[in-house]
Design a protein around this ligand. Structure first.
Ligand SMILES: [Zn+2]
Ligand SMILES: [Zn+2]
Length: 173
């Protein structure tokens, strides 16, 4: 794996004729995209298509992000996949509000896009696994890792009515 910067030289594409396209591959070990988040194994590609007015960039990426489980609060690795399309116009007068300008340097910084899309796609309500047992609400133990004896004694008042009904049911059977 290499850690080349997330920057592409699109200068030569600008000089190609309309219809030309070029794809850049990315394989980046680590991207920091927020103080608390690090994405690893960023893999993907961006294809640039030369059009009359500019370059259309189509990106497809995947990355692993360490996220926090909302049930047990443990860190776990989550795979994020995202794709995007951006248009880089040659001239300012050809730009619409959402569009960008092809930089004079001929280099496009990819990292801001990657960060934005990682942020958009990381969910803040993910669980580490389908059957995550979560934390004990009484003693706080991570029930994926250990057991406690709290549960049997205390029942959520909202559920106690249900339990009464179930108990009655059992007696009738
Ligand atoms: Zn969990
Ligand atoms: Zn407990």
């Amino acid at each position: 794996m290499n850690n080349k910067p997330l920057r592409v030289n699109i200068g030569f594409i600008v000089h190609e004729s309309v219809g030309y396209s070029h794809e850049f591959q990315f394989d980046v070990e680590e991207v920091n995209f927020l103080k608390e988040y690090v994405a690893t194994d960023l893999l993907g590609s961006i294809r640039f298509d030369r059009t009359q007015k500019g370059l259309i960039a189509e990106g497809n990426f995947s990355a692993e992000v360490i996220n926090e489980c909302v049930r047990c609060l443990d860190a776990f690795s989550q795979k994020i996949e995202f794709s995007f399309t951006e248009l880089f116009a040659f001239r300012e007068k050809d730009m619409t509000e959402e569009e960008l300008l092809v930089p004079e340097s001929g280099y496009i910084e990819i990292e801001p896009f990657i960060r934005d899309f990682l942020l958009l796609n990381i969910s803040n309500d993910s669980i580490c696994k389908e059957d995550c047992a979560g934390l004990c609400l009484i003693c706080g133990i991570n029930k994926n890792k250990g057991q406690c004896n709290c549960e049997d004694d205390v029942i959520d008042p909202r559920l106690s009515k249900l339990k009464d009904l179930l108990d009655q049911d059992e007696k009738q059977d």
